[in-house]
Design a protein around this ligand. Structure first.
Ligand SMILES: CC(C)(COP(=O)(O)OP(=O)(O)OC[C@H]1O[C@@H](n2cnc3c(N)ncnc32)[C@H](O)[C@@H]1OP(=O)(O)O)[C@@H](O)C(=O)NCCC(=O)NCCS
Length: 261
């Protein structure tokens, strides 16, 4: 139940457990915007990735990446300042947020959005020195994919969920993710989902309710959720509109709900 802290770069991060401790999940970095956008662009124009995603534009351009990264940096600025203060008040490289307070402050967002493979560590401290961006993780208020697109029912459900204050146990959260094809099938996302839930979302956001959805046929995503104790709540045939650039029409989706750790 910890956020790690890189003493060299002052960056907070989550780390997957052994034997995948070379995978960390970090915030977006101000000094690597162009570099990260270039890798994102390559990955999000690969059909093994974009054909399973509803959100990102296709074709995905470097400027889409830059805008996305800047938006994440702005969104998470306050959380990262708070975490920075926590770390400064602690002697440890791992902080659980309690800091002796009776009630921890709950956050409304997950700033850990970049999945990275560490390629070099500092021999003295073990802190990551070099890494490569290999994927994206989003944990945000749920978008209710099971309600009819563009309906008033959808707008109302989203509004009610968005209006709940940070830390409220009735907030429904949603997850989305993708990985570089070179990393598919190595067990990374199954463990990344568990790590985010366990090390951040439960202790620091008071997560109780979580959903995920995927296009029918996405066996990888289906297994990632099943292995993390999600169960299907519905399958909707010919439901989610697909952008004309990706062939148009509608695709069937499965919505799954998390049943706890
Ligand atoms: C879906 C995705 C995130 C899965 O990540 P991953 O790290 O490759 O998944 P894991 O290695 O943890 O695999 C989880 C399980 O799914 C299985 N799996 C993974 N990819 C699969 C595939 N293409 N077909 C069938 N099974 C697959 C694995 O064998 C494993 O099952 P097991 O433990 O029973 O052996 C990744 O494939 C991806 O980025 N896909 C493209 C984008 C995408 O689909 N995003 C999700 C949109 S909802």
């Amino acid at each position: 139940m910890v956020v790690h802290y890189n003493p060299l770069t002052k960056e907070p991060y989550l780390q997957l457990p052994a034997p995948r401790a070379n995978i960390i999940i970090t915030p977006q970095r101000e000094h690597q915007i162009e570099e990260t956008a270039a890798v994102m662009t390559e990955i999000l124009n690969d059909s093994r990735v974009y054909s399973w995603l509803q959100g990102p534009p296709y074709p995905f351009l470097p400027e889409h990446g830059v805008d996305w990264i800047k938006m994440k940096i702005a969104e998470n600025k306050d959380i990262l300042s708070t975490l920075q203060r926590e770390f400064e008040a602690s002697d440890s490289q791992q902080v659980d947020g309690s800091n002796g307070q009776e009630k921890p402050e709950f956050f409304d967002k997950c700033p850990f959005v970049c999945i990275r493979e560490v390629t070099e560590r500092d021999p003295a401290t073990g802190a990551p020195l070099q890494d490569v961006w290999i994927g994206d993780f989003t944990l945000a208020r749920y978008a209710f994919y099971e309600l009819p697109p563009d309906s008033s029912e959808l707008a109302l459900a989203q509004k009610q969920n968005n209006d709940l204050p940070a830390g409220h146990k009735d907030i429904i959260w949603g997850i989305g993710y993708h990985l570089s094809p070179s990393q598919h099938g190595r067990g990374l996302m199954s463990v990344a989902v568990r790590t985010i839930i366990q090390d951040w979302a439960i202790p620091r956001m008071n997560l109780h309710l979580l959903r995920g959805s995927f296009y029918v046929g996405n066996m990888g995503s289906s297994r990632v959720l099943e292995k993390n104790n999600f169960e299907e709540i519905c399958t909707l045939e010919d439901w989610a509109p697909v952008s004309p650039n990706k062939g148009g029409g509608k695709r069937s989706i499965v919505v799954m709900e998390w049943k706890g750790l």
